[in-house]
Design a protein around this ligand. Structure first.
Ligand code: PMP
Ligand code: GLN
Length: 384
């Protein structure tokens, strides 16, 4: 392993899913649903395969029908007008979108300001681009995580090239408010920064939270690369269909990197995701309502089991603190959890540059059947 990737061993998600498999524990670690997405979308993939659509290399930027559907989605949900031919790029999941964006937009030595705790691929992709990550820590206060805008401003230096934003935020469930996003946008404009914004959980916001794309703020359209994925919104994480939207210049840059990473993304699934994006609003409303119920189910279970719960306003994750058990080491806690009660979670400490910062935080995924969450809650009571 080269120096850039030294320290990035097996991802924590693979490690914890392997632990779940080995022990037979309920896997609330890695974020994937235990129920596949809509039947009609699955059928659309089967039809595409059978009809020979996408079985050979599809066009590099993605099949036209999917690019049109992505543009229509952005217009319908957010009033963002995009040219499907020049401002949309289909990627192999959001993961490739992140990697291609970093490889395309960064010079070695550039600084990237990112929210911490961060999704693990951010750190690896910034490193692969030879750039330097500068974390801004979301800190828990009064049951939620908060962004300190002064800290964010202070993190920007003359070497900063890019802000890497994620809202709704994995793993903390933070949904940045309109005011916070406006402040981020102002900072980006003032310091002439590029922004890459990972909005894969755009359809998973609860209570009074609202997802507002950063690209909709003044001065942001021309400097923002927006990333999303069908994996989350349609519960097909195995299909690996994601996308990037932005100006022709930015999208062309990201596409230059994508060409040499995967060249194109899997064909038949693109046709199916085009149909998924055209599902009626009721699909998205039900998806959100289902997950709000699941969040409440797991949050209540964790709380009655003795965890301190940071109530997420978005994503399908809950970050909780193990301090009330008199324990401090989230990694050790997660390794022992299957043996103690038959549940798997992910230590959040590994998503901080300074592991001390999140030393006692663990993450649970609630994109699972209600009965699975209920059973997990029962098992977690054994920790008391
Ligand atoms: N970004 C975030 C914040 C995620 O949580 C995930 C998935 N876990 C991804 C990107 C990757 O998405 P995909 O599976 O589409 O590659
Ligand atoms: N995004 C998912 C999570 O946060 C997992 C994706 C992965 O395993 N890389 O759990």
């Amino acid at each position: 392993l080269n120096r850039r990737l030294a320290g990035f061993g097996t991802t924590i998600f693979a490690e914890m899913s392997a632990l779940a498999l080995r022990t037979g524990a309920i896997n609330l670690g890695q974020g994937f649903p235990d129920t596949d997405g809509p039947e009609e979308v699955r059928e659309a993939a089967v039809r595409a395969l059978r009809d020979g659509r996408g079985n050979q290399y599809p066009p590099g930027p993605g099949v036209p029908g999917l690019r049109t559907a992505i543009a229509a989605h952005q217009r319908h949900r957010y009033g963002l007008a995009l040219d499907p031919d020049t401002e949309v790029l289909v990627t192999a999941g959001a993961t490739e979108a992140i990697a291609a964006s970093m490889l395309a937009l960064l010079e070695p030595g550039d600084e990237v300001v990112a929210l911490e705790p961060y999704y693990d691929s951010y750190a690896a992709c910034v490193a692969m681009a030879g750039a330097i990550r500068v974390p801004v820590t979301l800190r828990p206060r009064e049951g939620r995580f908060h962004l300190d805008l002064d800290e964010l401003r202070d993190a920007v230096t003359d070497r900063t090239r890019l802000l890497l934003v994620n809202t709704p935020h994995n793993p903390t469930g933070t949904v940045l408010t309109r005011e916070e996003l406006a402040a981020i946008a102002e900072l980006a404009v003032e310091r002439d920064l590029l922004v890459v914004t990972d909005e894969v959980y755009e359809h998973l916001v609860f209570d009074d939270a609202e997802h507002v794309p950063l690209a909709t703020f003044p001065g942001m359209r021309e400097r923002t690369v927006t990333i999303s994925s069908a994996g989350k919104t349609f519960s097909f994480t195995g299909w690996k269909v994601g996308w990037v939207t932005g100006t022709p210049e930015l999208v062309t840059a990201v596409r230059s990197a994508k060409q040499y990473l995967t060249y194109v993304s899997a064909g038949p699934f693109q046709y199916a995701v085009a149909e998924a994006l055209a599902l009626p609003d009721a699909y998205f409303d039900d998806f959100r309502a289902d997950h709000r119920r699941k969040r409440d189910l797991l949050a209540d279970g964790l709380r009655s089991a003795g965890f301190e719960v940071y109530r997420p306003r978005g994503t399908y994750f809950i970050t909780a603190d193990i301090a009330p058990f008199g324990e401090k080491d989230a990694y050790a806690f997660c390794r022992a959890l299957p043996g103690r009660c038959g549940v798997v979670a992910v230590p959040v400490s590994v998503f901080y540059d300074d592991p001390e910062a999140g030393r006692s935080q663990v993450r649970f995924a609630f994109c699972k059947k209600d009965e699975v969450l209920t059973e997990a809650a029962v098992r977690l009571q054994r920790l008391l």
